[in-house]
Design a protein around this ligand. Structure first.
Ligand code: SME
Length: 158
């Protein structure tokens, strides 16, 4: 069992390791933020077949839906509300193994069971958040966090 888990994690890490240079290539020479966020979503969705991958952009005291891949989603999230608004307020990554156990979770789809949300820093300021949802419980861990941070850092060299 532990061995199976190890293999599964190895596979996930390998997938991120091969995806990282691909995303770097996709972003190369392109400075338009929306184009780059769109391609990051598409690349992550293609690679991992996540249920929902998307960005919410900071606009005043709200997050507004940006480029995404997956089913339709709620368009505005208040500061400190839901997983996304909380990750924004705390400026830290939140890994939610079971969304039903996160107080105030915003259910854009009842099919979403676990979630990871990361702040996107540009010039040291949180300008957006990346939200990834899975139909399975417990889908995300520190490996996702580590590689997703590296992917988001690519936006800073623009
Ligand atoms: N579940 C999120 C809302 C966004 S959707 O999952 C796409 C939250 O609680 O902030």
């Amino acid at each position: 069992m532990a061995e199976d888990l190890q293999i599964a994690k190895g596979n996930k890490e390998e997938q991120y390791q091969s995806l990282l240079p691909q995303i770097k290539g996709l972003l190369h020479g392109e400075t338009n933020l929306i184009a780059n966020l769109g391609n990051i979503c598409a690349a992550l969705k293609e690679q991992f077949d996540f249920f929902w991958v998307g960005f919410y952009l900071v606009e005043g005291n709200e997050l507004v839906l940006g480029p995404f891949q997956g089913p339709v989603a709620c368009t505005r999230i208040a500061h400190n509300r839901g997983v996304c608004g909380t990750a924004w307020a705390k400026e830290e990554t939140l890994i939610v193994p079971n969304v039903d156990e996160f107080p105030g979770h915003i259910a854009c789809s009842s099919l979403s069971k676990s979630e990871i949300v990361l702040p996107v820093f540009m010039d040291g300021k949180c300008m957006a958040i990346l939200d990834i949802d899975s139909k399975d419980l417990n889908s995300f861990d520190l490996i996702d966090k580590q590689y997703l941070i590296q992917i988001l850092e690519l936006l800073n060299s623009k």
